[in-house]
Design a protein. Sequence first.
Lengths: 269, 269
Amino acid sequence: MRVLDAIDDEYGGVIVDPQRLPVNPSSFAMVLHSSLSHWKMQGKKGVWLKLPVERSELVPIAVKEGFQYHHAERGYVMLTYWIPEGPCMLPSNASHHVGVGGFVINDKNEVLVVQEKHYAPALVGLWKIPTGFILEAEEISTGVVREIKEETGIDTEFVEVIAFRHAHNVAFEKSDLFFVCMLRPLSTQIAVDDIEIQAAKWMPLDEFVEQPLIQGDCMFKKIIDICIARLGKRYCGLSAQQLVSKFDGKLSSLYYNVTEAQDLNCQGL
Amino acid sequence: MRVLDAIDDEYGGVIVDPQRLPVNPSSFAMVLHSSLSHWKMQGKKGVWLKLPVERSELVPIAVKEGFQYHHAERGYVMLTYWIPEGPCMLPSNASHHVGVGGFVINDKNEVLVVQEKHYAPALVGLWKIPTGFILEAEEISTGVVREIKEETGIDTEFVEVIAFRHAHNVAFEKSDLFFVCMLRPLSTQIAVDDIEIQAAKWMPLDEFVEQPLIQGDCMFKKIIDICIARLGKRYCGLSAQQLVSKFDGKLSSLYYNVTEAQDLNCQGL
């Protein structure tokens, strides 16, 4: 009985080698079927089958065999099969988009604001802080600096995460985490990104806050109120510290409040 | 010329109606081809093609026509086609998994801890706080209460988000946001979830902190130090306030520090 090349995972499942799939679709169909019988006899649990986009002809064959879609990226679709009786215990697909917004204020008390080209009708005319999504494997502090630079040409230095918003059923029924960051400007000359942005400018803080669209919306107003409290040192935000955990050797960032009374002495990098 | 049923999106693109795809695969191939010519002439930008799992035989046809995978969920795969010259401006797939950890401490200064069934070898023997992933469209504060209840049987009340960790290339090359929360226990009797958890107990805080695996790992230790600072009121965490934004009518949660000196007066729900 032929069986697909696969390695065991840590959880009693198997991961099929996407590089060594049978070339012929009907061979694939036969071998996939006999592989499932083999893994069932072995008491295996989850089966992970990653099909590169070049092998898309195998997708309907796997679906016919009972595989479900798990997730997809530009170059592949991942299908899964849960062998045991009872509910599927495989981990879920990614669930969130992560956005950032940059509150950049200069020493003349002017805020860096933009008007976007594609506004929802209710927002037309609004001057808002630059926002965007972080890239794959990008840090929040890096992503917000990049987005501000792309949209306005302004160089900035990340100071703190001020607050974050959690919303659901946004794009593709996924959730959305939006981190409002405070940044220090390192340059003054604006150069607008023509693709996404209609206009950008430095706007006096009072004028920015007094916009009817901000005053009339509880979420916008609250976020701005917090930023202003931070400027007046009546609020503390979260700083990022990079740390390596011994267990996975991964460098990751811990975001926490910087309080003066803290006595935390673990050393970062 | 036949064209697939589709609606325009807000960004100059089209969204194909997944309910009204031609039944016959070869008709689909022809109509998809002529639809693309039609949309190109109309100056359309992105094309969104959602193929339900029951129509998986259409996947290789769409790929052959030049479509790329965008994302997939259990019941469908979404493919996209970017018509204009130049880089694809379509929004990305979800990028993050969101996990929660619950630091639950009772009035005897005991922490609610668990040992998991599936540990990485380096972590064997570790008593840790209950952790898990939040469900689709679930709030952080709700998800952490649910995970603690599932793993240990203990009812809790959410107090604050204490800190969060951002790590990259975790599962399926996606990033991971992990929110450490503090909670108040509302019950004492532990009932262990047999599927994921080996054991659960109330452990004296000192004993918990002194575990060599925690003392020896910078990230673990830092998180615990912050929790202890919070217990001693030398640290403030983030509270959640639910707010509805007028513009999308969406109820979402804003997480921000609760500081005594704040003068933020926007009313929540």
